[in-house]
Design a protein around this ligand. Sequence first.
Ligand code: HEM
Length: 367
Amino acid sequence: MVRAASRRTALTYSSYLDLDTLLDCQRLESAKAGKPAHDEMLFIVTHQTYELWFKQILHELDAVLAIMGQPVVPERELGQVLRYLERTLAIQKVLIDQIGVLETMTPLDFLDFRDLLAPSSGFQSVQFRHIENKLGLRRTQRLTYNAMPYESALPSASQRQVRATESGRNLFVLLEQWLARMPFLRFREYDFWRVYSENVQAMLAKDRAAIEHNDLLSDDAKAIQLSELDKTAENFGTVFDAARYQALIDSGQRRLSYAAFVSALMIHLYRDEPMFHTPFRILTEIVAIDESLTLWRYRHALMVNRMIGSKIGTGGSSGQDYLRRTVEAHRIFTDYFDLSTYLVPRSMLPPLPEELQRQLGFHWRGA
Ligand code: HEM
């Protein structure tokens, strides 16, 4: 046995990581053109590093989708979902920081080789499109340039792959379905949504009376405060009525289904109940991932502005103008950010029925 093992070529650092291949794929276009540009090495290595991190993010997202895509998501697997999402977020932070490394290249240095890169562009990053699709960015949301679908810039095999991830499962939908299945909203006579909406309406009525009967306020000040209160009441009104909420979805102002929205709100409000800890952290992580992707888009657009001013991109877009517009238009989990509008202070939260609270807790009673 020992002799057989020793006959195998011993694994080395280099062979394990296939470094000969990895370190031999930085081919400078400027060198091919006979005028090596010093900073092109940085440009290539930075992009390659991004692609490697994209690969890792996809590895994490695939694992999350596999767990969340089960008809019933086992609670004991939620911790893994959380860890994979936390890792994704940690990588995103590196991706944002890496922009600073590339920005050590000045616009003039970039001009030494930029023209040699056309018509290639980061716009053709297939893995970036997979990440967007697996998170749940919709085609209808995407800004186009030259009125062309986003995948038209890709070779046909990549187009097929990108369409496959677009029509495959994504985190937005799986999370939505998981939330919509949450069982704790109704428990015997208790109905979370009814109790919560009655409580909020009573709270608003109390606030209104307090303003109206406050002799220290001038009529103008009262009018301003009442109008603010009307806006808050209107905000709540749109979500307490399923038909009005649906109208928001129909007009594109909301995406998350009503059932999932109500569950997500309950998780946020009662997150101190042990059963809700991990779901709450997952929802928080999702918001952070969306925020980081948005920040990356913005940092990238600023870098592009700094490098090429208002020139068009090598891929043919309006450059930083297109990129800046994607910052808002390509956000995915905005519904989860908006949940904060409907939170009330813990002190005003209606208590859960004792039995439900017990069931949402840990039950260990000792040996
Ligand atoms: C000097 C540095 C860079 C410049 C000047 C630049 C420029 C651009 C421009 C102008 C676009 C719009 C499409 C086009 O017309 O080409 C674009 C898109 C893109 N770039 Fe960069 N880029 C730079 C670095 C990077 C890096 C390091 C990455 C990392 C992977 C990257 C990834 C992307 C992606 C994913 C898109 C598509 C964005 C979208 O459609 O939402 N870029 N880039």
